[in-house]
Design a protein around this ligand. Structure first.
Ligand code: ZN
Length: 352
């Protein structure tokens, strides 16, 4: 007999839906992140709005079934493969939003600015063109800069100003790979986090995705500005990125949310457990995030909701009598959710 218990629906604060189709094939490039990125570009080049809708629908349906209620879609495949805009400039973004709606998942679109590198279809010629397209999107949405390597400093400033003027959240990839830090040092003479700070990008409306290779000063800047860090544990493991200093973030008061990122693994219980066990391994302690929060699942869901500018993550039901949870005392249930549950405990997925 199933015994339903209601808990928060998880928030994936960082997703690239189309990367779901890199499962298996993405492992052929066994060298490093930059080899994997070549496979990702080939996949991105093959999509049209119908193809984007189809892969996003499959991804979001699986995401919802696994216990997620909301996705922050960090969207950068904007134009035709040759870089010319579609007749409807937001055709790709609207296809993604429709897929989430049809899958029953709440979405906050995070259209991402891309000025250089990547593929022609990711890029805009200037930041005003990009922001005009963002302006035309239906609510709710935020805004994003792809990364410090993909946009110039002036774009970071303008995107931060736009986000403040509109009262919407802003996201950016940062400090994922050591090479990214070297390039930022060569171009700007500082770390990506320092660059984000001096351009006004950090702040309570800002989320930094990854935040792995950070200095003590970087952590202090994230903390004092009220910025959230979105960790993507299974993706960062798959890509060989490393993992964030979660306990240093905890000690500094930096909120931690999770993202599914490349969407190879859609199991929020696994992401939360990874976050916790990586933190324990980091300092060889059992007094990690769970001990700090008590209910780590709820804390991560809430941080994700705040990262996307939504008040409430909503709820799902899990089966109290599932073999993973049967026999666990009521007071220990939150501790079990963060350490030994899995997506198979979900009884009723999120409904809006
Ligand atoms: Zn990403």
């Amino acid at each position: 007999m199933a015994t339903p218990v209601r808990i928060a629906a998880m928030v994936s604060a960082h997703s690239h839906a189309f990367q779901r189709d890199l499962r298996g094939v993405g492992e052929r490039s066994d060298d490093d992140f930059w080899g994997w990125r070549g496979a990702m570009y080939a996949l991105a080049d093959a999509l049209d709005p119908d193809g984007m809708y189809e892969v996003a629908l499959r991804n979001y349906a699986a995401m919802r079934a696994a216990g997620y209620g909301t996705v922050g879609e960090f969207h950068y495949v904007h134009h035709n493969p040759d870089g010319t805009p579609y007749d409807e400039p937001n055709a790709m973004a609207l296809a993604v939003a429709r897929a989430a709606r049809d899958a029953g998942l709440r979405i906050v679109l995070l259209p991402a600015a891309y000025a250089r590198g990547g593929r022609p279809r990711f890029r805009d010629a200037d930041v005003d063109t990009f922001l005009a397209r963002v302006d035309a999107l239906p609510e709710p949405h935020g805004v994003a800069a792809h990364s410090a390597r993909a946009v110039p400093e002036s774009w970071l400033r303008e995107i931060a100003e736009y986000s403040e003027a509109k009262g919407i959240v802003r996201h950016v990839h940062a400090s994922e790979q050591p090479r990214e830090l070297e390039e930022c040092q060569a171009e700007h003479g500082c770390s990506p986090i320092e660059l984000l700070h001096r351009t006004g990008f950090l702040g309570p409306r800002a989320s930094v995705v990854h935040g792995i290779h950070v200095s003590v000063r970087d952590i202090a800047l994230l903390a004092e500005t009220g910025t959230t860090v979105v960790s993507c544990p299974t993706t960062e493991g798959n890509l060989g990125d490393g993992f964030p200093p979660a306990l240093a973030y905890r000690d500094a008061g930096v909120p931690l949310a999770i993202g599914t990122d490349e969407n190879l693994v859609l199991d929020p219980f696994e992401e939360v457990r990874e976050l916790e066990t990586l933190a324990r391994r980091e300092r060889r302690t059992r007094h990690a995030l769970l001990a700090h929060h008590g209910d780590l699942w709820a804390a991560v869901a809430q941080a994700g909701a705040a990262s996307l500018g939504i008040g409430d993550p909503g709820t799902i039901e899990v089966d109290r009598e599932h073999p993973r949870l049967a026999g666990v005392g009521d007071e220990d249930l939150p501790r079990a959710l963060a350490t030994c549950a899995g997506a198979d405990v979900v009884l009723s997925p999120f409904t809006d």
